[in-house]
Design a protein around this ligand. Structure first.
Ligand code: FES
Ligand code: FE2
Length: 417
């Protein structure tokens, strides 16, 4: 990939084309539990820009620029009281909409008008699925992406955030690259097969055995859908259907029935990202063992469950003895950490000039091309891609066994029963 294309795709600070384009979508900004009523404001960096979020006395959440509009003191130091954040320097107060509602050093008679005239940036905020979401772009926000998981009751859903030391595009590429599953995650997939229904077990066994499936990809109004197809011995086909909602939401197939998986990756800066892991069960309460197998051995903090990821110094705790005993990667904490560690090991911001890609990487190439076309279109003022009025709640990844003589995998993913 040419250096200028790589930069266009990876750099997301204020004023960069990709940064401005990515701000045109709703993003999760913090786990809801990280904000307490009248509690400490939370400093949040997104797209290399600093904000402060807070939960007011009435429970509503506000997101404002970190710098006080008076003279730039950090609002992370502010007092959170009586439905607003009050700057500790001269007492200017902001409400959850971002408005300045008090400037107590100004003469009383013109104070109200003075406050009205203060220019502030406003960021629409919404709380849903256990997370606080915000729109950081200019102009009207698009429709909220009300994915299926956002409509589920809390016992059918878990959404946690991790901070990881790599660029957002590396995260996207991990989410869409299904070829790595039978390698990197083999140790856990083998462990988790026991107890599954035989049909699912057969599909998973096939996935481990046939590591070069046929890939079929379709464009969709929101991005693309990929089927990874493997023939089974009984004449059926095991299909793993992945949904990519560009630019940064991905839905990854789990087992045939059971929890579904979503991933969102948002740039914190160009070398750090927030990885959101979403596990949800559209059919009923999430099983405790599903939650355990995803998040076991991770840090307790749902706003950063990768706090104990480790680092390069000791190769993230890779366990060679476990590898001898059959664990493929030796990264034995959990599946998300296996993904985080391989990405972190590449470095925080890779240049992509020396990659040597094969047919199995076709989806990476497709997604990079789509993102690059979209950012160039956006730069030319030709609008924002993938912001239509489609039904987000119809998008779900699936793993299915189908009879190819009667069923096309493309029809299956819409069969949401
Ligand atoms: S800097 Fe915040 S009130 Fe003066
Ligand atoms: Fe993975």
């Amino acid at each position: 990939m040419r250096r200028e294309d790589n930069e266009k795709l990876t750099l997301t600070g204020p004023g960069t084309p990709m940064g401005e384009m990515l701000r045109q979508y709703w993003v999760p900004i913090a786990h809801a539990s990280a904000l307490e009523r009248d509690g400490a404001p939370l400093r949040i960096t997104l797209f290399s820009q600093n904000f402060v979020a807070f939960r007011a006395t009435d429970g509503r959440v506000g997101l404002i620029d970190e710098a006080c509009p008076h003279r730039g003191v950090s609002m992370a130091l502010a007092r959170n009281e009586e439905n607003g954040l009050r700057c500790i320097f001269h007492g200017w107060k902001r409400d959850v909409t971002g408005s300045v509602v008090d400037a107590p050093c100004e003469p009383a008679e013109h104070r109200a008008q003075f406050c009205k005239n203060i220019r502030v940036n406003r960021y629409p905020v919404r709380e849903c699925a256990g997370a606080v979401w915000a729109y950081l772009g200019m102009g009207e926000p698009p429709l909220f992406p009300d994915f299926e998981f956002t409509r589920l009751p809390p016992n059918q859903l878990i959404m946690r955030r991790a901070e990881v030391p790599y660029n957002w595009l590396q995260g996207v590429e991990a989410h869409i690259d299904s070829s790595h599953v039978p390698f990197l995650h083999r140790g856990f997939v083998v462990q988790q097969q026991s107890g599954l229904d035989p049909a699912i077990r057969e599909g998973l066994a096939k996935m481990l055995e046939n590591t070069a499936p046929r890939f079929e990809t379709d464009d969709t109004p929101y991005g693309l859908r990929e089927g990874a197809l493997r023939d089974l011995d009984n004449g059926q086909i095991y299909v793993r259907i992945r949904e990519m909602v560009l630019p940064f939401y991905t839905f990854i197939p789990g087992a045939i029935k059971g929890a579904c998986h979503g991933r969102i990756i948002i740039p914190i800066d160009d070398r750090t990202s927030a990885e959101w892991y979403i596990l949800y069960d559209p059919w009923g309460p999430l099983a405790a063992d599903e939650i355990h197998s995803m998040f076991m051995n991770s840090a307790d903090d749902p706003n950063n469950f990768s706090a104990n990821l480790g680092g390069r110094g000791d190769l993230w705790g890779q366990d060679r003895q476990a590898m001898k005993e059959g664990h493929y990667s030796g990264l034995t904490k959990n599946i998300p950490f296996e993904d985080f560690i391989v990405q972190a090991s590449m470095g925080p911001l890779i240049d992509r000039d020396n990659e040597q890609l094969g047919k199995a990487d076709i989806i990476l190439i497709t997604v990079r091309r789509k993102l690059l076309e979209a950012v160039k279109r956006f730069e030319r003022g030709e609008g924002v891609s993938w912001r239509g009025d489609f039904n987000y709640d119809h998008i779900r990844s699936r793993a299915v066994c189908i009879d190819p003589t009667t069923t096309n995998w493309r029809d299956v993913s819409w069969n949401l029963t």
